[in-house]
Ligand binder design. Sequence first.
Ligand code: FAD
Ligand code: NAI
Length: 468
Amino acid sequence: MTDNFDYDVLVIGSGPGGYVAAIRAAQLGLKTACAESRETLGGTCLNVGCIPSKALLHASEIYEEAHSGALEKFGVKLTGAKLDLKQMMAEKTKAVGELTGGIEFLFKKNKVDWLKGHGSFESANTVKVGDKTVTAKNIIIATGSSVTPLPGVDIDNSKHIVVDSTGALELPKVPKHMVVIGGGVIGLELGSVWRRLGAEVTVVEFLDKILPGMDGDVRKDSARIFKKQGFKIQASTKVTGCTVKGKKATLTVEPAKGGDASTIEADAVLVAIGRKPNTDGLALDKAGITANDRGQIEVGHDFQTNVPGVYAIGDVTPGPMLAHKAEDEGVAAAEFIAGQQGIVNHDLIPGVVYTHPEIANIGKTEEEVKESGIDYKVGKFPFAGNSRAKTNRDTDGYVKIIADAKTDRVLGAHIISSLAGTMIAQVVQAMEFGATSEDIAYTCHAHPTHSEAIKEAAMGVQGKPIHI
Ligand code: FAD
Ligand code: NAI
């Protein structure tokens, strides 16, 4: 297909959107290159996002279990469990290295050329990568996102005091008091890591509840669980400034709706108020593309921008900033370029917060269903009634299923459970197939498993759960 171009497809950015798009394009017989300005492949997700955060969540969970005496009730007596933070960080770095190296291997295997350097458009078919100029018949922008700064709070990861998520993944010691600005996904995941390792953690959230966008019950009940674990949550509060003196930071905070200012002292401050699309330095204007007022690149159903032959996927486009959304869009964009029909169902992108318990969701929240005016029913089943969770002493949380009252079609599911991230896949698939709550209720689930709570919640939609 190359005609007079160097490549059929040039992907800018090698995160989960970009590297997956490049591999799929190559699999479909297209001559493909991927430009990446970072030293290693894999983007935010593999280098400073999903993977290192999950490595630390796993390690810190084991540490807390071993250290807190929580295992004694199971007859496991551990004395003198100690934290070796350097080793914990080294294991995280090793996992990241293995996975980013894995992408390099996959690029070689699929004959994707890795072009090292920052990419910027010269025209709709020409991109400068470092000091090389490359032409491509199709270009996929997959440049991802970066941390949203907070005016008045200067991030300096090198000093390990006021940090963003990248800095919070490599603190050299456990802070005595960490203040997390933003009660969203990053704040709760990385706040959990440092709380488990011994920090006192205060979450300062602008809105009246943590985890905006999630189901109202989940927002309320997860806050209760986090507080029980020791998190301090200061909702309806805005941070107006931060000064650093020596090794301490002092934050100035005010009630979100106005009122008297007060201060909070911290040894570490994590700024986690969201992320913004990466379009700076891309010279989008030279390709004829304009970002929208949120800095995102708008695309059509085929992921093409307003300029034919230029596509965009992942965090740089509208929608949830999630690795699996970026990956699925990468596959679909490559398939459209190859003349196939790419498919992403944007109504069914699951979300998972990897705290303990995990929080997972799919489809609509109860508030969204109510707002849409649809007549609906809710089935809710607590893990306190699930035999496996009870046996494991793991009963925090529930499954909540929302179904259309007339058609019984499942509209949304919300799970708080240690295994929520794995369990939600079942409901996602059921919803993809247009399942009713009755379809789920009459599906045989293995016993004893946490997944039986999904079946019971579905039975609950018809008012007939067995175990409560
Ligand atoms: P990115 O992964 O951001 O990759 C874009 C790449 O493009 C980067 O490597 C960048 O260097 C490169 N680039 C940018 N501009 C240029 C240019 N001009 N030229 C060349 N290269 C360029 N999501 C989940 O689904 N699950 C999780 O558990 C999860 N955990 C997270 C934890 C943290 C701490 C963070 C910060 C994010 C997390 N995310 C998670 C979000 C996830 O990382 C992103 O949604 C995902 O990485 C987006 O993929 P992407 O391909 O769009 O962009
Ligand atoms: P977020 O959007 O999840 O949460 C930001 C929080 O900060 C919100 O609760 C918001 O109300 C609050 N906030 C905004 N401005 C504030 C202010 N001035 N003061 C106090 N609070 C303020 O963003 P977060 O946590 O930074 O994560 C960024 C993105 O990364 C998310 O979109 C998420 O999808 C992705 N991510 C996904 C993960 C996962 O899937 N497990 C893990 C980590 C990140």
